[in-house]
Write a protein that binds this ligand. Structure first.
Ligand code: PLP
Length: 390
């Protein structure tokens, strides 16, 4: 028993700077705090809660999955929901196979391993990541993450991972070579780095360079995938087909789940025993993910995301024109960044006081990631609230 009497929240390791709000319930696109305050949610658990809160399809899936009495079996035995989910993801993507895990960082670690496994040259070990990237907090994912304050206290990170400036063609060409490069990893839309939409031409260049070097092209769609940009996968709007895609965040319908989608060539190089994770693709979480994927795949669902996204983009451009403090707005689908002249955090805090949840992406960008189920009216209400905070 603890010898000290202190608030329960103090028992948490203080790695998060939390807002003084305690969430106890959610409904649609609103979260409800313990004092009854309702917040319009433009964060969605950082791109996790794709269908908002208390969605009837997810509720039913949860109840049905619980009725089986089996939350976990290990990967020693077959279970149906994970197999069906993998088959659905394969059906809807470039991939031939799927590996399930539990988080984004774990998905990227898996992708790095699979890419190195498939590399043929004896020195083909290096992973190339891009300036502005965020790929997670574990050692290899962090080595591919361009955030010095996140990295420096924990050096040395995993060797063999380098970060290059994608705006520097010569640097890219020097970095991606047949002799050394196993993989290039890129977020089609950088999230934490400030909502930077990677130009299609850059992604096409990376595709060509990887193909020429015999290196794998990994798209980290952990934040921008699963309908966020208006297609099920972000790569589907870029004209580029990657060799691996990593997913997490929204995949499990709010439960922890990650995945690595791989093509036939990568899959052919992987042997039993190469990689594993205790909880990966368990029946409970996979049931929820499968039900959610069904909703994302309903006719018109993603078209509605694209339409709402276009409307939001237009509305944000108007906001930018009206406020000198807004330097730029950029995004795709329902993933938008508003770059300010000054710090974003005071605006985030003012918005919270006025009942709107938004999040920053770096020091000067406000990031909007509403649930994909948000209505036009809710979007309008959110933008109005946000504008009142600028
Ligand atoms: C693009 C991207 N990759 C990887 C991660 C890491 O995911 P996780 O926090 O689930 O490890 C994140 C999380 O924000 C992310 O946005």
């Amino acid at each position: 028993m603890s010898a000290t009497v202190r608030p329960a929240a103090e028992a948490l390791l203080p790695v998060y700077r939390r807002f003084p709000v305690c969430i106890v319930a959610g409904e649609g696109c609103e979260l409800i705090a313990d004092d009854g305050t309702r917040y319009l949610d433009f964060v969605a658990g950082i791109s996790v809660n794709l269908l908002g809160y208390n969605h009837p399809v997810l509720r039913r899936a949860l109840e049905r999955a619980a009725e089986t009495g089996v939350l976990h079996t290990s990967n020693l035995y077959r279970t149906i929901p994970g197999e069906e989910l993998a088959a659905e993801l394969v059906e809807r993507s470039f991939a031939s196979h799927v590996f399930f895990c539990n988080s984004g960082a774990e998905a990227n670690e898996g992708a790095f391993k699979f890419a190195r496994r498939a590399a043929v040259g004896p020195e083909q070990r290096e992973i190339v990541a891009l300036k502005g990237s965020f790929h997670g907090r574990t050692f290899a994912a962090l080595a591919a993450t361009d955030r010095p304050p996140y990295r420096e206290p924990f050096l040395p990170l995993v060797p063999g991972i380098r970060i290059v400036d994608p705006g520097h063609q010569a640097e890219l060409e020097r970095a991606i070579t047949r002799r050394r490069t196993a993989a290039v990893i890129v977020e089609p839309v950088q999230g934490e780095g400030g909502v930077n939409v990677m130009p299609d031409a850059l992604l096409q260049d990376l595709r060509e360079m990887c193909s020429e070097a015999g290196a794998a092209l990994i798209f980290d769609e952990i934040q921008c995938g699963l309908g966020r940009t208006g297609t099920l996968f972000a790569y589907q709007q870029t004209g580029v087909v990657p060799d691996l895609v990593t997913l997490a965040k929204g995949l499990g319908g709010g439960l922890p789940m990650g995945a690595v989608l791989v093509n036939e060539t990568i899959a052919a190089s992987v042997q039993p025993g190469d990689h594993a994770t205790t909880f990966g693709g368990g029946p409970f979480v996979a049931s929820l993910a499968l039900a959610q994927l069904g909703v994302l795949s309903e006719p018109g669902f993603l078209a509605a995301v694209r339409q709402k996204g276009e409307w939001l983009g237009t509305r944000l451009a108007v906001l930018a024109a009206r406020h000198d403090s807004v330097v730029a707005v950029r995004g795709r689908g329902l993933m938008w960044g508003i770059e300010l002249e000054d710090a974003a955090q005071p605006v985030v805090e003012r918005a919270l006081e006025r009942g709107l949840l938004v999040i920053s992406a770096g020091p000067t960008v406000i990031r909007l990631l509403p649930p994909l189920t948000i209505t036009r009216e809710e979007l309008a209400r959110g933008v109005e609230l946000l504008e009142s905070c600028l």
